[in-house]
Design a protein around this ligand. Sequence first.
Ligand SMILES: NC(=O)c1ccc[n+]([C@@H]2O[C@H](COP(=O)([O-])OP(=O)(O)OC[C@H]3O[C@@H](n4cnc5c(N)ncnc54)[C@H](O)[C@@H]3O)[C@@H](O)[C@H]2O)c1
Length: 180
Amino acid sequence: MTIFPARLKRKYNRNKKFFFSKLQNIYSGAGSGLGAGVSKQLAAKGVTVICWDVNVRGNINTVNEIINSGGKAFSFKCDVSNREEVYAVAKESAKIAGDVTILVNNAGVVGGKSFVEEDDKMILKTFEVNAISHFWTTKAFLPKMMEKNHGHIGKKFSSKQYLFSFLTFLALSRSVVLTK
Ligand SMILES: NC(=O)c1ccc[n+]([C@@H]2O[C@H](COP(=O)([O-])OP(=O)(O)OC[C@H]3O[C@@H](n4cnc5c(N)ncnc54)[C@H](O)[C@@H]3O)[C@@H](O)[C@H]2O)c1
């Protein structure tokens, strides 16, 4: 258990908004589901959220909701499995929204069929989006974070990587990221 002295807690609460307002967050897959939900929660705390998704309409909806609630957000169409697009959109995002301090690799796909039934193209896509894209996004943002000695990189995981799942390739795509 952490003991947090009342004096420090008061100081933290006073500066919380200021602290969060200094954070710039790239959230991939922000156009729906968990990505949209967490982006809105971060924005409500004062974080500037830069939403990336291939689902342009969903992404714009997330950003509009944030802006209408008084938050700060930007929408970019980005296919995280396309490394050239990731590098280009990363540059554009930093130019418009500032240096990124938090990167959340949330974008994901799931075919939903068993290993033998799944289409080969979907198996490849699962790895490209759920695993390999992390190398491109991390390469795009890590150098600046290292230069500033400040930054966080996160990933939305699933308990499937720990279990022997019938969706073997989905579990594997997650494990690649977990063990890299
Ligand atoms: N929902 C769950 O119960 C659960 C559980 C464990 C892990 N996860 C993982 O959490 C993440 C979010 O889950 P969700 O339920 O919100 O899924 P979701 O399908 O609602 O959201 C995923 C988002 O990623 C976007 N996306 C897909 N391919 C992309 C690409 N190439 N480039 C950019 N964006 C792309 C989609 O358009 C979508 O908006 C996924 O990685 C998922 O695998 C979800």
